[in-house]
Ligand binder design. Structure first.
Ligand SMILES: Cc1cc2nc3c(=O)[nH]c(=O)nc-3n(C[C@H](O)[C@H](O)[C@H](O)COP(=O)(O)OP(=O)(O)OC[C@H]3O[C@@H](n4cnc5c(N)ncnc54)[C@H](O)[C@@H]3O)c2cc1C
Length: 1002
């Protein structure tokens, strides 16, 4: 679909093409000749020497050290602490945080733990301190000694100073006025700036409005302060589209085009009034197509005709970079105007790799070898230079070799500029300006308060610290200059594959055990459209399922009993292969199952796709585990002349009873585990979702599962009761309410005959604890996802949020603001975030709870729901956690504030509930995290992330206490619970002697 205003059809290019194909193309491009190579060496060497001669790249550190009588080492360690402290509002938590990082003594142990703090810390230490910290030293170790020497209050004061210092190093000013004052030229030739307003991206409508206003007033201030020189020699502003809209995501495209494009046009018009350089920053790969839609639509607006100041950033680490350049050029030609294009390498590389892995994509949208990014950057630079003057290239890099190579390509100093970040690349560009005074460069200058600094700072610290980063290596005098001069062409040309040898493709993440389930990126329009079309075309029929009566259920159990012998004798490898085939079939029919899940279960596209993937993961995981556990058996140690083998085998007929909230994944998870273990199965799905189950059983049969081993029993609780009461069953696997689990338990206990296992997974009043060190935006994202995704109908969903007093108002406001942006409606529309609840009964129960809460609690947020079985998200504040006495299975969040010194009371109240399924913690204090994890016996604990969506084989799922019996589904102990154990001991010497022993050579 094309927006009316767009001058071109939407951008399209393969999202994650093969690296080798791109490498082959890049390697074919013209190489510099020997004379050019020599000049590149000379220029780059001169720049590197300038960088090394400049010494301390982080000005101001020296002053601070003098003020507090600290060593450089201690100063650096304080910086690390300061970075994390930036957002802690209260002294108590700040002190606790400092103590946590300082007071331990056991720093070796600390080093091995992973936390956001340590990642940043090591990045910082690596980047800044190659000369200062000795190998093995950590910022924590240094800080520990420092605290002993000075005491925590003095360390706190010094840390605050370090914070200010870091702020001023990477940020030009806390306000646009102060930044402009600092940017004033001290020489005849005014430097070029592009100002950037710091922020995390909008989560709420008011956030987006605040960012808009801050951009608008910054444009005015910059424009008024600018002199009269023409573009491109004018200041500029860089804007982030994610700051201007609270749901800046591919699936919300229609809304984004309607709401964001006018805002962007408005800002661009203001920039035009002053003829500024107005650049749209580049963000994550899944937003690229959307960004280009928005940019094209804005650029096409008549009010911007004839203006040459509009620009965009393009990331060379993206495989689509060259296509984006081509698209930008087509836009410029179509609109008959010049575009400014900033070429960067890209700031979100680690995030891109993780996202592609999580989504199970076929490939990465970015390169995985740094040299490929460098090589592509140079190819893109040439492409841009060729497109002058329609395109005005802006080369943003701190890499001396990249700069030197571009200089060689560029035939003179005109028609383009370089760019650097404030606080980085100073020495390099000072040298360059001295050597080539006519060459222009611009400084990207972040503006904002300490509160908004964090995300930006983390990016910069990572950039300074990564051992692939040019600035980090250039600062280390032990690295020979020749190493820094190695050409990317040479590195790629010589080293074979263009892909990183240690970064597996997303689909290979769990190899050799199994293949990762296949997903798609919704940010790739072609893939999304294809899926939506296939789902729409699939049109599953929703005929009624036939319920059994109790007698028929009994007959099925008898039939399953008859099928058991042959199935349990089937080799584990054959059983596993059937499950693998089932997984492949599931993936091939993903669209069909998604359609079914949407029709019968009310699932959004994202939820339905995730569920199909989870189901495929279960099949493959249990197949792999089955091969491991149910093969020839485990040989046990013993005396000579005897063989001892322990093996697992099926128990008999298993009854599998599953819920409606994951009608495919939990259903198949239970059934495939029981079958893999050699049992025959009678599966009873929830009465609300019989068709998904019927289709899943058909699929398993088609994959080769014998009909005699797997039987489907449709019906309500009465059928479940009849099945579990049958005298000949060998076990029950159940997911559902604690109440029903108890009744099954009683039924089993009342029977004479063998005592059989019950594997039950039940609910929970799941809590999340958020302290003052947490990042509000991250908390808002994770709370909204955990509480409201799938309309709160997940057993892992967040019900009870404990927030530390000092930050509660801000957190609650952001959570409610983010919840307000969620769309409820028909799940066939991919833009919908929340679908209906399962049925009218559920809706009425939830509404009754909402009505009660409205009387008993403080109402923070009441969403709007369309007609039908929809329940709007709600946020209530309770005065006491005990007001919530039962699991409320819907999009209703209960918040409780706690004073910082009362964390233990919070833990007590979580314990008192008796449940123990999932728990979320948002904190940067390792001691707090450890304390909570130790104290609470909860099945799945999630730290600094959302608390839903456990991945098979990665986060085995299941709880304790009232939440279930264990073992965890999708974990290594699950299958064994479905099996009996048998030891076979053979006296191998029985026939008259131990030949093996006798013939063993000395
Ligand atoms: C003025 C300016 C504006 C910027 N605006 C943006 C923007 O809008 N959007 C944005 O994303 N970034 C932006 N950046 C950040 C920019 O992406 C980084 O500063 C840049 O990547 C650093 O490149 P370099 O040439 O200085 O350093 P180098 O050290 O030569 O390159 C580092 C880069 O290589 C890439 N890389 C590292 N490891 C690998 C690997 N294994 N495989 C593949 N690639 C790898 C990463 O992108 C990393 O950032 C901007 C930078 C500047 C200077």
């Amino acid at each position: 679909m094309m927006s009316d205003a767009s001058p071109l059809p939407p951008f399209t290019a393969p999202y994650a093409p093969d690296d080798d194909v791109i490498a082959a193309r890049l390697l074919e491009t013209a190489r510099p000749d020997a004379a050019q190579d020599a000049r590149i060496d000379r220029t780059a060497t001169r720049l590197i020497e300038a960088i090394r001669a400049a010494g301390d790249r982080f000005g101001g550190v020296e002053d601070m050290l003098r003020e507090f009588a600290l060593s450089t080492k201690e100063g650096l360690a304080l910086m690390v602490l300061a970075e994390a402290l930036l957002r802690v509002p209260d002294a108590r938590t700040a002190d606790q945080f400092i103590e946590d990082k300082l007071g331990q003594g056991d720093f070796v142990h600390h080093e091995t733990r992973s936390s956001a703090f340590l990642v940043n810390a090591s990045a910082w230490a690596l980047g800044m301190s190659a000369r200062v910290l000795q190998p093995g030293e950590t910022p924590q170790g240094t800080l520990g000694r420092l605290t002993k020497r000075l005491g925590a209050p003095a360390v706190r004061a010094a840390t605050r100073q370090a914070m200010r210092l870091m702020g001023s190093h990477f940020v030009l000013g806390e306000t646009i006025e102060s930044a402009l004052a600092r940017a004033q030229p001290d020489s005849a030739r005014a430097p070029r700036y592009s100002f950037d307003m710091l922020g995390e991206g909008a989560r709420t409508g008011p956030d987006a409005e605040r960012y808009f206003n801050s951009y608008a007033s910054a444009i005015d201030a910059i424009g008024r302060a600018a002199d009269h020189r023409p573009l491109p020699d004018r200041p500029g502003i860089s804007v982030k589209l994610s700051a201007l809209h609270p749901r800046y995501e591919a699936v919300s495209r229609r809304r984004v085009l309607t709401e964001l494009v006018p805002r962007l046009i408005d800002l661009a018009r203001r920039a035009r009034t002053y003829d500024l350089n107005f650049t749209v920053d580049a963000e994550e790969a899944d937003r690229l197509e959307l960004s280009l839609d928005v940019i094209a639509a804005a650029l096409g607006d008549a009010s911007l005709a004839g203006w040459d100041g509009f620009g965009l950033a393009i990331q060379a680490y993206q495989k689509r970079a060259s296509d984006v350049i081509e698209y930008a050029d087509r836009l410029a030609r179509q609109l008959k105007r010049r575009l400014m294009v900033r070429l960067v390498k890209g700031a979100y590389w680690d995030t891109e790799i993780k996202r592609a892995q999580e989504r199970g994509l076929d490939g990465y949208p970015v390169f995985t070898r740094k040299a490929m990014t460098d090589l592509n950057y140079l190819a893109c630079a040439r492409q841009l230079l060729r497109l002058r003057p329609r395109i005005f290239p802006q080369f943003a890099t701190h890499n001396a070799l990249t700069v030197a190579t571009i200089l060689e390509f560029s035939d003179g100093d005109g028609g383009y500029e370089f760019q650097r970040l404030h606080g980085m690349g100073e020495a390099l560009y000072a040298q360059l300006s001295e050597d080539r005074p006519t060459l222009a460069y611009r400084t990207y200058a972040p503006v904002g308060s300490h509160r908004d600094l964090l995300a930006y700072l983390v990016r910069r610290l990572l950039e300074n610290g990564a051992n692939t980063s040019f600035v980090a290596i250039a600062a280390d005098p032990t690295v020979p200059v020749a190493t820094l001069l190695r050409r990317p062409l040479e590195i790629i040309g010589a080293a074979g594959p263009a892909r990183h040898p240690h970064i597996p493709l997303p689909r290979d993440l769990y190899r050799p055990q199994r293949v990762n389930s296949r997903g798609i990126e919704f940010g790739e329009r072609a893939a999304l459209n294809q899926l939506v079309a296939a789902v729409a075309a699939s049109q599953p029929s929703l005929g009624a399922a036939t319920d059994l009566d109790a007698e028929a259920a009994n007959e099925l159990t008898v039939a399953a009993g008859a099928g058991f012998k042959a199935w349990s004798a089937t080799p584990a490898e054959t059983r596993a292969r059937i499950l693998d085939d089932a997984a492949d079939l599931l993936e091939r029919r993903a669209a069909h199952f998604i359609a079914l899940l949407q029709r019968e279960g009310g699932k959004t596209l994202d939820d339905a796709l995730s569920e199909v993937r989870e189901a495929a993961d279960f099949c493959r995981y249990y197949a792999a585990e089955g091969r491991r556990l149910f093969g020839p058996g485990k040989t046990m140690p013993g005396p000579t002349g005897e063989s001892n083998v322990l093996r697992l085998r099926g128990r008999g007929v298993f009854i599998a009873i599953s819920p409606w909230n994951f009608p495919l994944a939990i259903f198949l998870g239970q059934v495939t585990a029981a079958l893999m273990a050699g049992n025959s199965v009678v599966a009873k799905p929830a009465e609300q979702t019989p068709l998904v189950a019927a289709e899943a059983v058909r699929l398993l049969h088609e994959a080769g599962m014998p009909a005699s081993a797997l039987h489907l029993a449709q019906g309500d609780g009465r059928i479940g009761a009849a099945l579990t009461a049958h005298p000949d069953i060998a076990g029950v696997v159940f997911t559902g309410s604690t109440k029903v689990a108890r009744s099954i338990n009683r039924t089993l206990a009342a029977k004479d005959g063998p005592i059989v296992p019950l594997i039950a997974e039940t609910g929970g009043i799941n809590a999340m604890i958020v302290d003052a060190t947490a990042l509000p935006e991250q908390v808002a994202d994770d709370v909204v996802t955990s509480a409201f995704r799938s309309a709160g109908q997940r057993c892992s969903a967040l019900r009870l949020l404990f927030v530390q007093d000092e930050v509660a108002d801000r957190m609650i406001e952001m959570i409610c603001g983010a919840a307000r942006e969620l769309r409820l409606g028909d799940v066939r529309d991919p833009a919908v975030h929340i679908g209906p609840v399962i049925d009218l009964d559920a809706k009425q129960r939830l509404e009754a709870h909402i009505a009660r809460m409205k009387r008993q609690a403080r109402v923070h947020f009441t969403g709007k729901a369309p007609d039908g079985n929809y329940v709007a998200p709600h946020v209530f504040e309770l005065s006491d956690a005990d007001q919530l006495t039962e699991e409320v299975f819907g999009p209703i969040l209960h918040v409780v504030r706690y004073p910082a010194d009362q964390l233990d009371r919070v833990l007590q109240s979580i314990e008192r509930s008796g449940y123990g399924l999932t728990l979320g913690i948002h904190s940067r204090i390792d001691d707090t995290i450890e304390h909570v994890v130790e104290r609470l016996s909860v099945g799945n604990v999630y730290v600094n992330r959302n608390m839903i969506g456990a991945v098979v084989g990665v986060q085995p799922f299941g709880g304790h206490g009232l939440s279930g019996t264990g073992p965890k589904a999708g974990g290594p102990h699950y299958l064994a619970r479905f099996a009996t154990e048998q030891t076979v001991t053979i006296n191998t010497a029985a026939a008259g002697g131990n030949a093996t022993l006798l013939s063993d050579p000395e």
